[in-house]
Design a protein around this ligand. Structure first.
Ligand SMILES: Cc1cc2nc3c(=O)[nH]c(=O)nc-3n(C[C@H](O)[C@H](O)[C@H](O)COP(=O)(O)OP(=O)(O)OC[C@H]3O[C@@H](n4cnc5c(N)ncnc54)[C@H](O)[C@@H]3O)c2cc1C
Length: 455
């Protein structure tokens, strides 16, 4: 790469958009997965508008320079890891939002944080439900690109269920506007949904129209502890067979202890597993749902069950679950898994992961959006200890192979990125993998958009 083309890009963009200072650029090399062999980009561009993004892609297309789109860098699969010689295209400065309370929609730029979208909606008595645990630090654009899930998604659905329209800049710089503030629209192929979860490999999202709901009703919280891992998962299956709770989260012994060390909130460290569940059903239905969840836990051998309709107390347990990645991160470097299975196989998955942990002699903490069958085994490694690191890497693959064998998926919400792509062929099979690749080639024939991610 010569300097001349970069000068042309600098000239095409507002002053200060292109960053080349090595220390600044280094800050954009990794996402939360901290992929060890992330590349060193040529430069970082901080786009301020769709026009800027179009100028970047036209320049990249003309000069065959790869582009790695980036939101807030909280991804857990290396999807925003930099590539040698690429541009990192940061959307963090694009932060406008307009809420229309009449149609209950909002038009949002990609750099706004999920929590800021929620706050803007709340000003109108409305609610944007998808709530990844990272909601205070991740961008809505990143949420679209990964089709993020979260805690209330067990009842309210994931990101894609709220996306009505997208503005997308394609690999050659063309801007397309897909969908819009219409609740029903089946004209043409479902292209809007194609870009949701495409991990920056098909286009750059520069505008989003989301659907909003009326504010969430008050919630009642149940916390249950278990002396047996599989029994806790059995209780989850018993609950989801009968009702759709507003939240149904799981923590195992390792994550309970790590969170307790981190927060000092006095969690039951003797328990093998803990469930945190909520109901937001209206009126008497709430008490009925709660009674059903308590009964399901007791019938499956819970050692302790308690319920509260105190919002602050309920939120404290929700925070305990949300903070688990940071808390377990105190134990060492983490390999982040995101495997999911059909609900009936959840007990087999959690017990199978415990067996892998024992066989490999590595610590694996498991937290889960259990009501969705979506678990996050966090494998603790030490890159400076070759034996531990080798076993951790092997366990990383074995957990995904276990999920596939149970009819599950290698990722329920974090995306394939660069860390899980070696397992994608096994999960998809040759025909579906080739169909994915055909779509990628049709939209990005020069492989400029996030090369090395997903495929
Ligand atoms: C503590 C913690 C808890 C988490 N909990 C959850 C959870 O509960 N549920 C969940 O789903 N995830 C969770 N995550 C993962 C992460 O926050 C999500 O994947 C989130 O959607 C990433 O958003 P981001 O803005 O940080 O994106 P980045 O990390 O910056 O990027 C993620 C991917 O999206 C692409 N991308 C970003 N912006 C755009 C754009 N505008 N156009 C095209 N492509 C783009 C990138 O190239 C990359 O492939 C958690 C992460 C952390 C650190």
């Amino acid at each position: 790469m010569t300097q001349a083309p970069l000068d042309a890009l600098i000239d095409a963009l507002p002053a200060g958009s292109v960053l080349t200072d090595p220390d600044t650029v280094a800050g954009y090399r990794h996402d939360w997965a901290r992929q060890p062999d992330a590349g060193t980009p040529l430069a970082v561009v901080r786009a301020g508008s769709s026009d800027d993004v179009q100028a970047v892609m036209r320049w990249a297309d003309a000069h065959h320079v790869p582009v790695v789109p980036r939101g807030a860098g909280t991804g857990l699969s290396g999807g925003a890891s930099a590539v040698d010689g690429a541009l990192v295209l940061s959307l963090e400065k694009m932060r406008e939002i307009t809420v229309d309370p009449t149609t209950r929609t909002a038009v949002v730029q990609p750099g706004l944080l999920n929590a800021e979208v929620k706050a803007a909606a709340a000003e109108h008595g409305l609610w944007y439900p998808p709530d990844p645990s990272s909601y205070e630090i991740c961008s809505i654009g990143g949420n679209i690109a990964t089709n993020a899930g979260g805690l209330c998604c067990v009842k309210y659905g994931v990101t894609t269920d709220y996306v009505l329209g997208l503005d997308v800049v394609l690999a050659d710089g063309t801007l397309v506007r897909l969908g819009g503030p219409r609740l029903k629209d089946v004209a043409g192929l479902s292209l809007t949904k194609l870009f949701v979860g495409s991990e920056g490999t098909l286009g750059i999202v520069t505008g989003i129209t989301v659907r909003l709901l009326p504010a969430q009703p008050p919630r009642t919280t149940m916390v249950a502890t278990f002396a047996d891992l599989g029994a806790a998962a059995d209780a989850v299956v018993a609950i989801t067979r009968q009702i759709q709770p507003a939240m149904l989260e799981f923590m195992d012994k390792v994550s309970i202890a790590a969170v307790d060390d981190y927060t000092r909130m006095g969690l039951d460290r003797e328990a093998e597993a803990m469930l945190i569940a909520q109901s937001d059903a209206p009126g008497a239905h709430c008490a009925a749902e709660l009674a059903l969840m308590v009964a399901a836990c007791e019938e499956n051998g819970a050692t302790e069950v308690f319920a509260t309709d105190d919002a602050e107390e309920g939120e404290a347990f929700t925070v305990a679950r949300r903070i688990a990645f940071q808390a377990v991160g105190e134990l060492g470097e983490l390999l982040f898994e995101d495997v999911g299975v059909p609900m009936t196989r959840l007990p087999d998955l959690v017990t199978g992961i415990a067996e892998i942990s024992a066989a490999r002699g590595v610590t694996i903490a498991v937290v889960a959006h259990a009501g969705d069958g979506n678990t996050h085994p966090l494998i603790v490694t030490d890159p400076h200890d070759p034996e531990i690191d080798r076993n951790a890497q092997l366990a990383f693959g074995e957990v995904m192979e276990l999920a596939i064998a149970l009819g599950g998926t290698i990722t329920g919400e974090h995306g394939v990125g660069r860390m899980k792509k070696d397992w994608l062929p096994d999960y998809l099979g040759p025909e579906v993998l080739e169909l994915n690749r055909k779509i990628k080639r049709a939209l990005d024939p020069k492989d400029l958009l996030n090369p090395g991610a997903m495929f």
